[in-house]
Design a protein around this ligand. Structure first.
Ligand SMILES: Cc1cc2nc3c(=O)[nH]c(=O)nc-3n(C[C@H](O)[C@H](O)[C@H](O)COP(=O)(O)OP(=O)(O)OC[C@H]3O[C@@H](n4cnc5c(N)ncnc54)[C@H](O)[C@@H]3O)c2cc1C
Length: 217
């Protein structure tokens, strides 16, 4: 089944029309895989969480494509591993061919008795869709699309977050603010925080191919 990118319409929050900024225990900025997983984890434990994302959909094109057993175990705890396993391609043995000759093979899960496979290959947009489905089912998770964090003012006991939406701007307050807004994190920039890391020097060509084939996956 081809992926149809879901659109998540902007729904104004009652916070937008409140007389003063409403206070929340946790605000997570960024509904990518990390923000969604964190917000689901918190809300599943009864921690009311507001999750802001500046977009109205899941990520597009080729990004993450391979998820390991440990990650699947975490998604299982979060209540969303089943659709990922059902949709993805699971595997544990990798084979390298030179022409028709197999020149190398490796088994990533040689011993049995595991609940999850070594890996599942699944496009990131499917993964995010299943996370959004799970997030939307949790009463303690308030997922707000088309809601861009544009200002952050930390205080000793709270953080003020300015939010821009298609229907105007408003502010909320949080006991805790968590930046999950990706590698270029605007939240970190707004707070003047560094993001230490290393640049991978290799070059990759990533291509998306849709095909029907006579041979097995
Ligand atoms: C071309 C490409 C190929 C990749 N290939 C692979 C791969 O093969 N395997 C692999 O494991 N990983 C791959 N990755 C990396 C993978 O996509 C990231 O590691 C993953 O998306 C990180 O998740 P995240 O939740 O931290 O951030 P992101 O997925 O970047 O999510 C951040 C979210 O924050 C939102 N946001 C940003 N600013 C704001 C704001 N001010 N207010 C509200 N929301 C905001 C964004 O819209 C986004 O939804 C690839 C990435 C790219 C770009």
């Amino acid at each position: 089944m081809a992926f149809v990118y879901p659109r998540y319409d902007f729904q104004p929050s009652p916070d937008q029309f409140a007389a003063k900024p409403q206070r929340h225990p946790v605000v997570v900025v960024g509904a990518g895989p990390v923000g969604l997983a964190l917000a689901i984890d918190l809300a599943s434990r009864g921690r009311a969480t507001v999750l802001l994302d500046d977009d109205t959909g899941v990520s597009t094109g080729s990004r993450g494509l391979c998820y390991a057993k440990r990650t699947l175990e975490i998604f299982d705890r979060l209540g969303c591993a089943s659709p990922m396993l059902a949709k993805g391609v699971t595997w544990q043995v990798g084979k390298v061919f030179h022409g028709p000759a197999q020149i190398y093979a490796f088994d990533l899960l040689p011993e049995g008795g595991h609940k999850f496979p070594a890996f599942v290959n699944l496009q990131q947009y499917w993964l995010e869709k299943f996370l959004v489905d799970r997030a939307s089912a949790l009463p303690d998770l308030d997922l707000r699309f088309a809601s861009k964090a544009v200002s952050i003012v930390p205080h000793a006991d709270r953080v003020e977050v300015g939010i821009e939406t298609p229907q105007g701007a408003y502010a909320i307050e949080a006991d805790w603010l968590v930046a999950c807004d990706g590698a270029r994190s605007p939240t970190r920039k707004m707070l003047g925080l560094d993001f230490k890391g290393r640049v991978f020097e290799d070059r990759f060509l990533i291509a998306d191919v849709r095909m029907q084939a006579a041979f097995p996956t």
